[in-house]
Design a protein around this ligand. Structure first.
Ligand code: DAH
Length: 340
């Protein structure tokens, strides 16, 4: 019996130690040697035939053999587990020195670039930025600006009405009234933003476009301040040699009013394709804030005066970047957008 036990032990230990033994094979060996129907159990069952003297001796050997096989299995299990972990670590190794994949970051839209540029120039002159809603009351878009109901000046800016009293603003000028209502002079603001008009889309029109409004109100503000400030703007935006020209015009919310041209920065005023042979390019509307508008907003026109101006951001961008069609700005064609 002792020989049988030793043989079982030797066989079992060899099989367990074999490099071919994996988890499944190890479990099969455990059942084969230590299981209820296993070889060692069979030997122990036969112990009844032994003499009383032999029984404890063989019993002890049998227990030692079982213990040795058990510990060999436990050890092998641990070895297999750590080998598996090593293999996993090697196969899943990360090389942190491999150069990363560059994510493509976009950049600002040309209209944003121009708007930021313009903001910078005015902020440099002490202006701050005011904002107003795009869904606006008829009151701020027209009435507060000295454009009563049925005034013909509404025709050119007929816009998208939501109700009789609420509309998509057709100009950034309502921000003038909103600002003067809550802020007393001195006031020095610009207000860039989207405006809406029921215009058909073509090379120079879009039902949605951007404007930038300006408003200065204080004691003793004159047309000279307006001219000087616009000249500074034009020279900074279009170059030192740029000249500014005021042409008389009419806006209901300014008196006197002017349309403002700059000398063509392409030909220097000689006349070319960009300025259509004129030598001058119109860039904005401006004027001295009408006393009615000041009064409507609770500011005494006897004590204060102010100037205002409004310009199209698309127009400035088209001039600056020589863009021939306003629709390019909204098409989101990367071949266009990437050029800026
Ligand atoms: N709001 C005018 C427009 O959309 C532009 C304008 C003209 C604004 C004269 C002004 C201004 O502030 O004084 O056509």
């Amino acid at each position: 019996m002792k020989e049988t036990l030793n043989r079982i032990k030797a066989e079992a230990l060899e099989a367990i130690a074999s490099p071919e033994t994996d988890d499944a094979a190890l479990e099969a060996l455990r059942i084969k040697y230590l299981g209820k129907k296993g070889e060692l159990t069979a030997v122990l069952r036969g112990m009844g035939q032994l003499s009383p003297e032999e029984r404890p001796v063989v019993g002890q050997i049998a227990n030692e053999v079982r213990a040795e096989i058990e510990s060999a299995i436990t050890e092998k299990k641990a070895t297999l587990a750590s080998e598996a972990l090593d293999a996993k670590l090697i196969s899943e190794k990360l090389d942190v020195t491999v150069p990363g994949k560059k994510t493509k970051v976009g950049h600002r839209h040309p209209l944003t670039l121009v708007q930021r540029d313009m903001e910078d120039i005015f902020i440099g002159m002490g202006f701050s930025i005011a904002e107003g809603p795009e869904v606006e009351y008829d009151y701020y878009n027209f009435q507060a600006l000295n454009i009563p109901e049925n005034h013909p000046a509404r025709d050119t800016q007929d816009t998208f009405y939501i109700t009789d009293k609420i509309l998509l603003r057709s100009q950034t000028s309502p921000v003038q009234a909103r600002t003067m209502e809550v802020q007393k002079p001195p006031i020095r603001i610009i207000s860039p933003g989207r405006v809406y008009r029921s215009d058909a889309m073509d090379a120079t029109h879009s039902p949605l476009f951007h404007q930038m409004e300006g408003l200065v109100v204080d004691k003793g503000i004159t047309m000279g301040d307006l001219k000087g400030m616009l000249e500074t703007f034009a020279k900074t935006e279009f170059g030192e040699d740029t000249k500014v020209r005021f042409r008389p015009h009419h806006f209901p919310f300014t008196e006197p009013s002017a349309e403002v041209d700059i000398s063509c920065f392409m030909c220097g005023g000689k006349g070319c394709r960009l300025c259509k042979g004129e030598g001058w390019i119109e860039i904005l509307g401006a004027g001295m804030v009408h006393p009615n508008v000041l009064r409507n907003c609770g500011i005494d026109p006897e004590e204060y005066s102010g100037f205002a101006f409004g310009m199209g951001v698309e127009r400035i961008a088209m001039l600056k970047y020589h863009v021939g069609d306003i629709r390019h700005f909204y098409d989101n064609d990367v071949r266009f957008i990437e050029q800026f």
